[in-house]
Design a protein around this ligand. Structure first.
Ligand code: F6P
Length: 548
């Protein structure tokens, strides 16, 4: 059924027309309790969506849209372990990884928890040994550096969590994340590290990803150049993968191979052993708190009525902005320095999941799906691109994310940080009218002729929608809730748009082409005739200037 032809969609088009001339200023004027009507708090995580351009009738129609798309049914099918990732014939069970109750999951017949518990135990053992100094390198020295080699979901989640929780990090161990194939990522790091105190985690579900494998082999060569004996690999390499065979072939012994399963999607894998670097940094108990926070969000998602269901509400706001108000992009603006990797993480989560134009049944979607996700640390953005948000004339919904208390407190910083965050969402929502600008200029003593000249530049249209997400502090539990919230938001959007959010065929073509271009770039001219003219021209430039 064409989504855009449903009565629910048509009702929303009517709401759009009705609300067209309503400014957020009007919506706030009409409802003096708008904040309490349009915000939800769960275990300290507060989501304020009152600055979205919806009113209660529009919200009811959005909820009807979700019901009609059978969001609850799809959610239950996901949690029941059905193979809803049909194009890869896989279940979607990352929620099992944060199932911390001692009960079977997803069901007694198909219980995956024994495997999950076994890997958690392996993680705990490794974390305890590394953190206590019992894990020794080839010279007998304790580990002081952990390098996670991975890319995409095997990098972004643990890198985000590690940085977000860095205040809780083990003081004697440094953590690094290497993803780029460009040797400028790995080379300077190897220069400063001591092989005898460095532990590499090769995180790759497939253990075939080119970027990761090239970096891992370079690290292996670097280690063996110092350690000389192959048995040193067992002391300095851990693999997180579903491809045990390839990890063995690399030289990693069974005890150092932590399993992930085909029912864990790469971008949903932070909760698995892909999060090992996080467990090493903050301890296994801290990692379990992350899982517990995520599980609280899972339970909320499964039990709260849609009207009050945070992932559903966030998804609906995004659909409203994208498909009805016409937003093409959305900005993620964390204000805590430690949350600097949130935009990158959400780019993969949202765009790799829902950046699609084909529905589950193979038909073209009748509406645009995921908007372009981008973002930056909020205060830095204020001095860079916020000008465009305020006066550039684009509709760009924003997510403001901030923790109320600082993870690295210094006197005089936190209140101004929060003031900036709250000021920006208010300024974007309410703007400044011509009349307000005129009064201000007159009060500053400007003559009428000067006011006339400046006035157009001093007006802020406002009406820019945003959601503000507040956490009491940056702790593992809150972070777990936050990330699971976004995961389920993406799922709900996918269900409503009719997308399989769990495959990513769109990344394959580039991988195939990169492999086929390699011989030409390495100098084999026999391939040139098969190349398009542009690629041939670019390769000949590389042959002139490049180094292999
Ligand atoms: O970019 C495609 C992708 O498959 C992502 O979905 C995944 O997170 C990343 O590559 C890394 O894959 P792997 O963990 O198998 O190395």
């Amino acid at each position: 059924m064409d989504l855009t032809k449903t009565p629910e969609w048509q009702a929303l088009l009517a709401h759009k027309t009705r609300l067209q001339d309503q400014h957020l200023r009007d919506l706030f004027a009409q409802d003096e309790h708008r904040f309490s009507h349009f915000s939800v708090e769960i275990d300290g995580l507060l989501v304020d969506y009152s600055k979205q351009r919806v009113d209660r009738p529009a919200l009811s129609s959005l909820i009807a849209l979700a019901k009609n798309a059978q969001v609850e049914d799809w959610r239950d099918r996901m949690f029941a372990g059905e193979k809803i990732n049909f194009s890869e014939n896989r279940a979607v069970l990352h929620t099992a990884l944060r199932h911390t109750d001692f009960t079977p999951f997803p069901s007694a017949e198909d219980d995956v928890m024994p495997q999950v518990h076994a890997v958690r135990k392996q993680m705990r053992d490794i974390a305890e040994r590394v953190r206590s100094g019992l894990w020794r390198g080839y010279t007998g020295a304790a580990i002081q550096n952990v390098v996670n080699i991975g890319i995409g979901g095997s990098d972004l989640g643990p890198k985000l969590a590690n940085r977000a929780l860095s205040a809780l990090q083990h003081p004697g161990i440094n953590f690094y994340y290497v993803s780029n194939l460009d040797s400028a990522h790995l080379a300077p790091l190897l220069e400063k590290l001591d092989p005898s105190t460095t532990l590499f985690i090769v995180a790759s579900k497939t253990f075939t990803t080119q970027e990761t494998m090239i970096n891992a082999h370079t690290a292996r060569t670097w280690l063996l150049a110092a350690a000389t004996e192959e048995k040193a690999i067992a002391k300095h390499f851990i693999a997180v993968t579903s491809n045990t065979q390839k990890a063995h072939a690399f030289g990693i012994p069974d005890a150092n191979i932590l399993q992930i399963w085909d029912w864990v999607g790469g971008r949903y894998s932070l909760w698995s052993a892909v999060g090992l670097s996080v467990a090493l940094a903050i301890g296994m108990r801290g990692f379990e708190r992350l899982l517990e926070g995520a599980q609280v969000m899972d339970k909320h998602f499964c039990s709260a009525p849609l009207e009050n269901n945070l992932p559903v509400l966030l998804a609906l706001m995004s659909i409203w902005n994208t498909n009805f108000l016409g937003a093409e992009t959305t900005a993620v603006l964390p204000y805590n320095e430690s949350m600097r990797h949130l935009p990158g993480f959400l780019q993969q989560l949202e765009m790799e999941s829902n950046g699609k134009t084909v529905s589950r049944d193979g038909a073209a979607l009748s509406c645009r799906a995921n908007p372009i996700v981008w973002g930056e640390i909020g205060v830095n953005g204020q001095h860079a691109f916020f000008q465009l948000l305020h006066q550039g004339g684009w509709l760009i919904p924003c997510d403001f994310v901030v923790a109320a208390s600082s993870d690295y407190p210094l006197p005089g910083h936190q209140a101004p940080l929060l003031a900036n965050c709250l000021a920006q969402s208010a300024a974007l929502a309410f703007g400044k009218t011509e009349q307000q600008a005129r009064i201000e200029l007159a009060a500053a003593g400007l003559k009428e002729s000067e006011i006339a000249k400046l006035l157009p530049h001093k007006v802020f249209a406002g009406n820019q929608p945003s959601t503000t997400i507040l956490m009491p502090s940056l702790d593992p539990y809150q972070l777990g809730m936050l990330l699971a919230l976004y995961e389920h938001k993406v799922f709900v959007q996918g269900v409503i748009w009719g997308i399989n959010s769990f495959d990513q065929w769109g990344v394959e073509l580039g991988k195939q082409l990169a492999n086929s271009l390699l011989p030409a770039l390495e100098g084999n001219q026999a391939f040139d005739a098969q190349l398009d003219d542009s690629t041939r021209g670019l390769i000949s430039y590389f042959r002139r200037y490049g180094n292999n």
